[in-house]
Design a protein around this ligand. Structure first.
Ligand code: MN
Length: 289
């Protein structure tokens, strides 16, 4: 099942012939009172809502995908967890001082992987947008880069996941852009500007992705090839990232894990169009301004 959010928080079921409005299923979510429960309540209810979504879609007229401006399929993540230096060829290219600024060194002396040294980092949830909203450069005049990544959306609260049960907590997957300004500041600062986390174009439920660690992913800028890889090259795979994250903090419905970017990161500029694709998920165009 592919689900999108669009047009002022409508929910759509995405099919080959277009998007069907199934927003009426939101009426069954519990009314909210202060304090709001942690996490995204639509994602939390998604597994139970699937039959109602199918029913709501029946008989609806599909709207062409090209005519829709997509919001992030997750509205209210409690956090965006992200992996640094998680593909070998990206670790190699990060020896370039224009990327590491002499501070974020890709070496990992005494550790088996860069993530053993650096751990994971967090991006501000307020920086999350959908493909249709585009990226507004937060640091004009500096090097602002694209990073295409597999995005993992958590479906239920989990703490201390094991490799055996890690994927049981996944609601689905989406294409993620971990936008970045290069510089000396902490990753959490450089990657948390408004619109520096793009998720979309829709959420593909986990049952449609047999193996998240075997997906082709690619990115072009204005038609020029930049990034092309496969998630089988992840140093810490999807299960490992969930285990590592949930050992430190609870993961909640709607939390997003950006799994790391392959080699080929590069600069974008106002007016550029980023095109990102991931196998079994889809493709999205994201305008930079
Ligand atoms: Mn990244």
């Amino acid at each position: 099942m592919k689900l999108c959010r669009y047009d002022g928080n409508r929910i759509g079921l995405v099919g080959p012939d277009g998007v069907r409005d199934v927003s009426e299923v939101l009426d069954s979510l519990p009314p909210q009172r202060w304090p709001a429960p942690i996490g995204d309540q639509f994602i939390a209810a998604l597994a139970d809502l699937k039959p109602a979504i199918e029913k709501a879609a029946a008989g609806k007229t599909p709207v062409a995908i090209d005519s829709i401006s997509f919001l992030s399929p997750v509205a209210n993540p409690s956090k965006i967890v992200a992996a640094p230096l998680n593909y070998p060829l990206h670790v190699d290219e990060s020896h370039d001082v224009a990327i590491n600024h002499g501070v974020h060194m890709p070496t990992h002396e005494g550790f088996d992987t860069p993530i053993d040294k650096y751990g994971l980092f967090l991006k501000a949830a307020s920086g999350l947008v959908g493909a249709g909203e585009g990226v507004a450069l937060g640091w004009p005049g500096r090097r602002n880069d694209h990073e295409v990544e597999l995005g993992v959306v958590i479906g239920k609260t989990i703490r201390n996941a094991t490799r055996d049960n890690a994927l049981d907590c996944v609601a689905g997957y989406a294409i993620a852009l971990d936008m970045t300004v290069r510089g000396t500041e902490d990753r959490s600062f450089r990657k948390s500007a408004d619109s520096y986390s793009v998720l979309g174009p829709w959420l593909v439920t986990a049952d449609e992705i047999a193996d998240p660690d075997a997906l082709d992913l690619s990115l072009t800028v204005d038609g020029e090839a930049r990034q092309k890889s496969n998630t089988r090259h992840l140093i810490c795979d999807v299960r490992d990232l969930i285990v590592r994250a949930s050992a430190v903090y609870g993961l909640h419905p709607g939390d997003i894990i950006m799994t790391g970017t392959p080699d080929g990161v590069g600069e974008v500029w106002p007016g550029a169009v980023i095109h990102a694709e991931i196998e079994s998920i889809g493709a999205m165009d994201v305008k930079v301004r």
